[in-house]
Design a protein around this ligand. Structure first.
Ligand code: GCV
Length: 720
């Protein structure tokens, strides 16, 4: 008896630790629903039926449903291979005649390769829920969709849909090095334990794959585009193959970066010239070797002749020569090449934002069918706000992929709250006019604009070994939102935020409303206190965290801040109209007109396209200087509003996650003040105007802010 009592006491004492709210469970929590809503769902799902001898993927779908429904409903939902009760949940494929008889041909076509049909149907044996897919992976995606539906407490009557992803290859790009460092990673170290692979499979690999599959992502580039050829050597390929085996049941293929000089570095050749027959043969043999180990290998990503990486231009060849040579090596295996357009040359004095177009647009139509040119959302480099990259409208005969940065290199890393879906929607919805109005970036990328048969989207991952995966618990929303948009870019930022909050923090209306507001305003807040009104690239050098508008005198002008803001006593901003660099010429007519005119350009891009005097009149009637100051102040005020909103949720959110975010928001408020004070004091040396009323006085002088040196920052390849 005593022993029993001791055990009970022990387990009560341990309970809070066992249920630690450290964010590890992401949005896949499956905590019991409140009693009031539970019974309807419990009555609707009495058993989970899958065919006998299921494939590993179908077994995962079944087990996820059992785990999820069991958790949500607070009692075990039995599994079976034959439906024996009313209200069974039946998983199947149309190769089962009983299933085929129930589902329309048109729905199966709409579900396609990876999609699913979820439907409640009346049958002679009572109502049942059917989850049907053409391939097993669709059943896994459908299982997650069904669990989302129940977890978010959506009505059962609404359970009638056919879904399929709009983009075929939905990838996370990891910038992970082989020594565990993650370039621009702010959530710890790389998840891949290369030393222990292939023998030891960290259980976290499966959790990672499960999270990817839960939002419909189906690929991972495992290592950094600043590539190391060692990943292509036999021992490392064995390790990659072990990861690929682990991910395969979750529908995830692995991809690797191809270092262009690999034939020299690990192949013993004298050249990596793409037109050299020996080089092409080396890559063909390498591809054959990879596919022997990893039959569903996805393909290569290449960063060539960019920021010091080797490439075909080293041999006087073009990007197309390089990409096509690799594409030919992969095509017998149906692999693809993702060739990045993030290029700007040290020998080119042209406005950096024009250079990708200059190098790539002339090559339009010369890439093989299994090549996609991968373009960052904006023409510069993942700034808090950029216009969309004009290249999306400039290569009509080439397959183009969109690269987004989920990790927040320039938006506060894992300290600051910045929900990025609104930023990504800006680019997805932008009209290139490439084939007339409606030629959105989303339609270029998903292939629907020109009925292209290969579509790719890439997100630079924000994951790492931190217990909560993404460093900041609320940054999980970006991983989630990226996956959901990759699946369906028509979803709105609001829908995705609402969904993620319900899954991650529950359905309390106050939590949902308050946190939605926080998420949806957060990116604009970061813009306001860091780079408002179209300012860009004025961050600190190297680690890119915090302000550095004074950064000058680096080995390359286009790495400095002064190159971009061009402030002097006459004004501020980069003239990209015909009187300046004319980067505008790369856009379609309607954009040239709108953005080219200082009277019509949206003020959030004013200083991106125009250089204007300090007393330029803004729409508010204020001078540019006053407006700029007030925007910086607004950013600080908005962080304080985030703090108040979050504080109001105390008691409604578990103490552990609440305290974590409270601490990060406090630091964000300090950071926002630092951005404001540093930038305004610096720009004031040119504007020579006072801070307008409403702007708080800086806490320190400019010399103080300039002297701040952050060392050993996470994710900075430059180290200390
Ligand atoms: C992987 C920016 C980042 C680099 C990154 C590069 C790229 O310049 O600061 O860390 O390198 O983009 O996208 O290739």
């Amino acid at each position: 008896m005593l022993r029993l009592l001791a055990c009970l006491l022990m387990s009560t004492a341990l309970a809070p630790f066992l249920a630690a709210e450290d964010g590890y469970r992401l949005w896949l929590r499956y905590d019991p629903l409140p009693e009031t809503v539970r019974s309807d769902y419990a009555a609707a799902f009495t058993e989970i039926v899958t065919p006998a001898n299921p494939s590993p993927t179908v077994a995962l779908a079944r087990d996820e449903l059992a785990r999820g429904l069991g958790g949500l409903l607070g009692s075990t939902v039995p599994t079976a291979t034959q439906a024996s009760r009313p209200h069974a949940l039946v998983l199947g494929r149309p190769n089962d005649p009983a299933i085929a008889a129930l589902i329309r041909e048109s729905d199966l076509r709409a579900a396609g390769e990876e999609g699913f049909i979820l439907r409640r149907l009346a049958t002679p044996d009572g109502p049942r829920t059917y989850l049907v897919a053409n391939r097993d992976i669709g059943l896994l995606y459908g299982a997650f969709a069904l669990l989302r539906h129940v977890q978010a407490r959506q009505p059962l009557a609404a359970l009638d849909r056919v879904e399929s992803p709009r983009i075929q290859r939905r990838l996370l790009n990891h910038w992970d090095d082989l020594d565990g460092f993650v370039e621009r990673g702010y959530a710890g170290f790389s998840l891949w334990q290369w030393f222990h692979l292939p023998g030891e499979i960290d259980p976290r690999y499966r959790e990672y794959a499960r999270a990817l599959a839960s939002v419909g992502l189906n690929g991972a580039v495992l290592t950094n585009v600043n590539a190391n050829a060692v990943i292509l050597t036999p021992p490392y390929l064995e390790k990659v193959a072990a990861l690929a085996r682990t991910f395969r049941p979750y529908g995830i293929r692995v991809y690797l970066p191809a270092r262009f000089s690999a034939p020299i570095e690990i192949g013993g050749l004298k050249t990596a010239d793409p037109l050299d027959a020996g080089v092409a043969a080396w890559w063909r043999a390498k591809a054959d070797e990879i596919y022997r180990l990893i039959p569903d290998f996805g393909g290569f990503i290449v960063k060539a002749n960019s920021e010091g990486q080797p490439g075909p231009q080293d041999y006087g060849r073009t990007h197309a020569d390089g990409a096509n040579m690799l594409a030919d090596a992969l095509s017998p295996h149906r692999g693809i090449v993702m060739w990045r357009a993030f290029v700007y040359s040290p020998d080119n004095a042209t406005d950096r934002v024009k250079q990708a177009w200059d190098e790539f647009a002339p090559l339009d139509g010369s890439f093989r069918q299994n090549v996609v040119v991968q373009i960052k959302n904006g023409p510069l480099d993942f700034m808090p706000r950029e216009p969309f990259s004009p290249l999306f409208g400039g290569m009509p005969r080439t397959r183009l992929a969109l690269e987004l940065q989920v990790t927040q290199e320039y938006l506060g890393q894992s300290v600051q709250l910045a929900y990025l879906a609104p930023m990504w929607k800006e680019v997805l919805d932008a009209d290139t006019y490439a084939a007339g109005p409606g030629s959105t970036v989303a339609r270029v990328v998903d292939g629907s604009l020109r009925l292209q048969n290969l579509s790719v989207i890439a997100g630079v991952a924000n994951t790492g070994t931190d217990r909560n995966w993404t460093g900041h618990v609320l940054a999980q929303a970006n991983w989630y939102a990226y996956g959901r948009l990759a699946w369906d870019h028509a979803l709105s930022s609001e829908q995705i935020a609402d969904e993620w909050i319900r899954l991650t923090f529950g359905a309390d209306p106050e939590v949902v409303a308050t946190l939605s507001r926080m998420l949806l305003t957060s990116r604009e807040t970061v813009v306001n206190y860091s780079m408002p009104l179209g300012l860009h690239h004025i961050m600190a050098v190297g680690h890119h965290y915090g302000p550095g508008p004074w950064v000058a005198n680096l080995p390359r002008a286009d790495w400095t801040s002064v190159y971009y803001h061009r402030a002097d006593e006459g004004g501020i901003g980069f003239d990209r109209t015909p009187t300046g660099s004319n980067a505008l010429e790369q856009y379609a007519g309607p954009w040239r007109e709108l953005w080219g005119n200082v009277a019509t350009v949206p003020e959030n891009l004013l200083l991106w396209f125009h250089r204007v005097p300090w007393d330029h009149r803004m729409k508010s009637g204020r001078t540019l200087w006053d407006e700029l100051c007030l925007r910086y102040q607004q950013g600080v005020d908005e962080v304080r509003a985030l703090q108040r909103d979050w504080a109001s949720l105390a008691g409604k959110i578990d103490a552990e996650r609440h305290a974590h975010v409270t601490t990060r928001l406090a630091r964000q408020e300090r950071d926002a003040r630092e951005w404001r004070d540093a930038c305004l004091l610096y720009f004031q040396t040119f504007s020579k105007r006072p801070l307008p009323p409403g702007v708080e006085a800086p806490a320190h002088d400019l010399a103080h802010y300039k002297s701040i040196r952050l060392r050993y920052m996470p994710g900075n390849p430059g180290g200390g």
